[in-house]
Design a protein around this ligand. Sequence first.
Ligand SMILES: Nc1ncnc2c1ncn2[C@@H]1O[C@H](COP(=O)(O)OP(=O)(O)OP(=O)(O)O)[C@@H](O)[C@H]1O
Ligand SMILES: [Mg+2]
Length: 253
Amino acid sequence: MNSKPKPAFASDEIVLSIDTLFKAFGDNKVLNGFSLHLKKGENLVLMGRSGSGKSVLIKCLVGLIKPDSGTIEISGNNIADLEQKEMDELRTTIGFLFQGSALYDSMTVRENLEFPLRRHTKKLSQNEIEELVFDTLESVGLKHTVDLMPAELSGGMQRRIALARALILKPKIIIYDEPTTGLDPITSKEIIELMNNIQEQYQTSSLIITHDVDCARVVSNRIILLLDGVNYAEGTFEELSSSKDEKIKAFFK
Ligand SMILES: Nc1ncnc2c1ncn2[C@@H]1O[C@H](COP(=O)(O)OP(=O)(O)OP(=O)(O)O)[C@@H](O)[C@H]1O
Ligand SMILES: [Mg+2]
């Protein structure tokens, strides 16, 4: 695996824009004017300590939590202006890889992948569905598992299938929540490599939440540090990891 840091991604098109977001729960001020702009085709890593507000931020993004103030624009749509139905449609353009794999245990790999297709796309023929399932499984290298149950797969394979399920609707944006947590180093590397392949193959824009410094180094075009509710620092892996600021250094130990 090429483990060198990547350069910043050159694009002017912003696909996801979070501006001066504030969110408090009572006295607990979690987000204090946080901003983030994800460029088209970019892998943007978000790092922040446990409890810093990463999940709150994601929940604001998908409309599960309403921020106190600030704006969120996804593909040019201010989500505060959207009706529920429009928000649901917009959400289908975002793929999520949740922590853990969250596959449906009682469904085969094929059924897990067909699920979002049947739910969100208008009538596809059985052949079209079959083709999409196999193409997507191929891009995560697991075509041969199509008729297996999740319990018959290793943890790393389950995560790759979960990634295939997130990819099958050809999302414009992928949000990865701790993609390598709980995996052994070799399997982690496979997932990291796959994330880079997906960026190349599908030209997706990704927001990647991780504590894993190796993952951040290999997948990121740019990193944002969430600290004290704000985007405390932004830059490439090389820029941030060579910082003299003690608070920034702490993330790269
Ligand atoms: N629904 C809620 N009601 C009240 N407080 C909340 C709620 N959701 C989150 N919080 C608080 O917001 C803060 C940030 O939580 P969050 O889950 O976003 O952390 P995180 O950065 O995702 O941490 P981790 O890395 O452990 O997942 C915490 O202090 C948490 O207690
Ligand atoms: Mg969290």
